[in-house]
Design a protein around this ligand. Structure first.
Ligand code: HAM
Length: 425
């Protein structure tokens, strides 16, 4: 019996036709982040389960319902559902704070797959990809504002214009206590009308009731107390300073006092960028400040700030770009056996000169070869047949403009490279 396998539900193959768009996004991320002094960090895809339980939080949906965890010997291991905790783990493990000088935070970025066992839908997968950054060692509002400015430079760079920044402050340990009691007082008489999950949340970690997706609960919670109204002086000042800086940078935002984000480690600033073009999974990216996390994971009291964007969601929103076209400069179209043999020789020197070239692996009809050139997005077709070889002149057709010229073998590489964006620059 013939067996056929399919990609696991909630995972996707990114096929070569699509991958150039991913590469454009990744290139843009690296270029923009480098402008702000960020360096790449790569951490493992598997981490100790306890790392996420401790940082993201035991009572969050991510940890309770969405993690891919398994036992390996005596250890419980989890496929990372997010990458802030792993980056902080690495920061603490390698004592990276020691190389950081006061006033010069460490700035890291990452690009890679994350795993959450959620119900798949448009813009939501079980294996998805994030591009994110973490700034470790800056408590000042400047770090928040500067990173947000960078977010917008990145979105501009990939051409995503339909976007809205939503901003809130969730306070810190000091003011959250007061808010928690206000919320518990408000929740107590209403508990019976809330879902089972919310009843549990109210007992374990009341702030998490705001993660509830049940419509009736959400409607009720619209009147609940707001963290923003319970900020202590320091948190309020911090929020005010972030807002002034954003105004100075001319970055538009709306304050969304209901937004608490689905992860426990946040303190003070939290934010999301949403887009109308995405449907119900409308968050392109999210992040915030996590000043207690490094210490919580065994490190010194180093403040943190960062964000992560969902690459699949960004890809859905990115307009097409000529840069996404094929990465092939020339396809050698051969005519007759002599032509094919000559092309096998010529293609080697073209490649040696940095020209991205391909040809059929055997003799093929001309129509089929030209079709292939089109399919692969080749910029040029170079015609190699017996007449061309005899005369030492070859037809070189620019497949974008349709213009054909005649060149000598020695001229091909220079001509192709000067026109095709794919040539060596
Ligand atoms: P998050 O909000 O859980 O934050 O995820 C960030 C982004 O990842 C979301 O806005 C969304 O675009 C994308 N995303 C999340 N889940 C899925 C999914 N199932 N399918 C597709 N895309 C998804 C974090 O992960 C934090 N670590 C961000 C951060 C960094 N905070 C501070 N530093």
């Amino acid at each position: 019996m013939k067996v056929r396998f399919q990609a696991i539900r909630g995972t996707r193959d990114i096929l070569p036709d699509e991958v150039s768009r991913w590469q454009r996004l990744e290139r843009c991320a690296r270029d923009v982040f480098a402008l702000y002094g960020f360096r790449e960090i790569r951490t493992p895809v598997i981490e100790p389960t306890a790392l996420f339980a401790r940082s993201v939080g035991e009572s969050t949906d991510i940890v309770r319902k969405e993690m891919y965890s398994f036992d390996a010997g005596e250890d419980s291991i989890t496929l990372r559902p997010e990458n802030t905790a792993p980056v902080v783990r690495a920061f603490v493990e390698h004592a990276l704070h020691r190389t950081a000088a006061t006033g010069f935070p460490e700035r890291y970025y990452y690009i890679g797959p994350m795993f959450r066992h959620e119900r798949p839908q448009k813009g939501r997968q079980r294996q998805f990809h994030q591009v994110g950054v973490e700034v470790l060692g800056a408590a000042e509002p400047l770090a928040d504002a500067e990173t947000l400015e960078m977010v917008f430079r990145f979105l501009d760079g990939v051409g995503i214009r339909d976007r809205e920044l939503r901003l809130n402050s969730v306070g810190d340990e000091a003011c959250r206590g007061a808010f928690r009691s206000a919320l518990v007082d408000w929740l107590s008489p209403r508990l019976e009308s809330l879902c089972e999950d919310c009843k549990r949340r109210a007992a374990e970690n009341p702030l998490r009731v705001f993660d509830c997706k049940v419509e009736a609960d959400r409607a009720l919670l619209a009147d609940a107390p707001r963290v923003l109204d319970h900020l202590c002086r320091e948190c309020s000042d911090h929020f005010g300073a972030v807002r002034s800086l954003l105004d100075a940078y001319r970055i538009d935002y709306v304050v969304d006092p209901r937004m608490v984000r689905g992860l426990d480690y946040y303190q003070r600033t939290v934010f999301e960028v949403v887009s109308g073009g995405l449907g119900s999974q409308n968050a392109i990216l999210g992040g915030g400040r996590y000043d207690g996390l490094v210490a919580d994971l065994g490190g010194p009291p180093v403040p943190g700030f960062g964000f992560a964007a969902g690459i699949e969601r960004m890809i859905l929103l990115m307009p097409e770009s000529p840069e996404d076209e094929g990465a092939l400069d020339v396809l050698l179209v051969t005519l007759g056996h002599e032509g094919w043999r000559a092309a096998v020789r010529m293609i080697r020197s073209l490649r040696a000169e940095g020209v991205r070239a391909t040809m059929a692996s055997c003799e093929r009809p001309m129509g089929a070869q030209l079709k292939r050139a089109d399919r692969l997005g080749a910029r040029f077709a170079l015609f190699v047949g017996e007449t061309e070889i005899r005369e030492g002149r070859y037809g070189l057709k620019d497949l974008r403009t349709g213009v054909q010229e005649t060149v000598s073998e020695g001229e091909v590489a220079a001509r192709v490279r000067s026109v095709s964006r794919g040539g060596v620059r």
